[in-house]
Design a binder for this molecule. Structure first.
Ligand SMILES: [Zn+2]
Length: 322
């Protein structure tokens, strides 16, 4: 049934000119480098750095022309336990061409772990470059791509969430206070990490159990030449990402990652990027940005597919994500 639907869904192939795609990649690098710079103090909860990050994202949303959510503001403020200062999701959207409650979401968390005492006294800033300055860069550039096109058939909401690392507080807050009804959310496409290993041919998604739309996603990616190749660890990560805030409420969601296979199908040698959740998660010279556009395009094709699908994707086992 789902496969039948796939054939009847318009797939909108994304043809960006080389110039435009070079511009997107330049912007993408600029966001990643700025958001993971020491100036942002590791974007820890309650820090000046995380507020600078929020301001930067809001400014980008404004420049792109996303609609703010209330009183010209992109900030969706919420309380974080035992903290006086409020935290903020940064949220903007592109309204649908015809008024509708249906929405498709992109989410990426922008918090990291701030400044913490470590054994290496030279560096105590958790810059969170791959986790997840780079995901926010993708979020911003996907917003720009959609704004450069005709108005979409559904509202597209872009959510930079806060306080993910300490328990998905921002995503939970959005899910409890959505801009468009949660029942009418077609899909939440979460971005957490991004491909900086160069050109690759395989991908995987999380989750791969408890949902009825994995086959559709895999098929549409395969039609663009991607090989589906999920590692086992994916199944143990169901509750560790912002997707869980949506999935446990029955809202379809996924995160899309790129794997380790080179164009010729062989496994790539492991690159040393430095560990995530440590001060070593920084932009470094081993990063290879040549696969970034392909990864962005895969997210975009997935969004286009689900946005144009008549059928409704379902979370069969929301309890897996609690
Ligand atoms: Zn993350």
């Amino acid at each position: 049934m789902r496969i039948f639907l796939l054939q009847h869904c318009a797939l909108f192939f994304f043809l960006f000119s080389i110039n435009a795609s070079g511009q997107v990649l330049d912007n993408f690098k600029k966001h990643t480098i700025y958001l993971s710079s020491d100036n942002l103090e590791g974007r820890g909860i309650g820090s000046r750095g995380i507020r600078r990050a929020a301001d930067y994202i809001a400014k980008e949303f404004d420049a792109i022309g996303l609609m703010p959510i209330n009183n010209d503001s992109y900030f969706q403020r919420f309380t974080y336990p035992d903290q006086e200062q409020l935290e903020s999701n940064v949220v903007g959207f592109i309204p649908a061409k015809q008024p509708t409650n249906r929405s498709i979401l992109f989410s990426a968390h922008y918090d990291s772990f701030g400044i913490q005492k470590t054994e290496d006294e030279n560096d105590s800033i958790y810059n969170g470059a791959r986790d997840n300055a780079i995901g926010v860069a993708a979020l911003i550039e996907l917003a720009r791509m959609y704004r450069s096109e005709d108005a979409p058939v559904q509202n597209i909401v872009f959510i930079a969430t806060a306080a993910e690392e300490l328990g998905q507080y921002g995503a939970d807050f959005y899910a409890e206070n959505p801009i468009f009804n949660l029942e009418d959310v077609t899909m939440c496409l979460n971005i957490d990490g991004f491909n900086v290993s160069g050109k690759r041919i395989n991908f995987f998604v999380m989750p791969r159990q408890g949902i009825d739309y994995l086959d559709d996603m895999v098929l549409l990616a395969q039609r663009s030449g991607w090989m589906y190749d999920p590692p086992d660890w994916v199944d143990s990560m169901n509750t560790n990402f912002d997707t869980s805030s949506f999935l446990k409420r029955g809202v379809p969601a996924m995160t899309i990652w790129i794997g380790d296979r080179l164009i010729n199908g062989e496994m790539a040698p492991r690159l040393n990027f430095g560990d995530i959740h440590s001060p070593l998660d920084q932009v470094n010279e081993d990063w290879n940005w040549s696969g970034v556009m392909d990864h962005l395009e895969l997210y975009k094709k997935t969004c286009d597919y689900f946005m144009h699908c008549q059928g409704k994707s379902k979370v069969k086992n929301p309890e897996l994500f609690e």
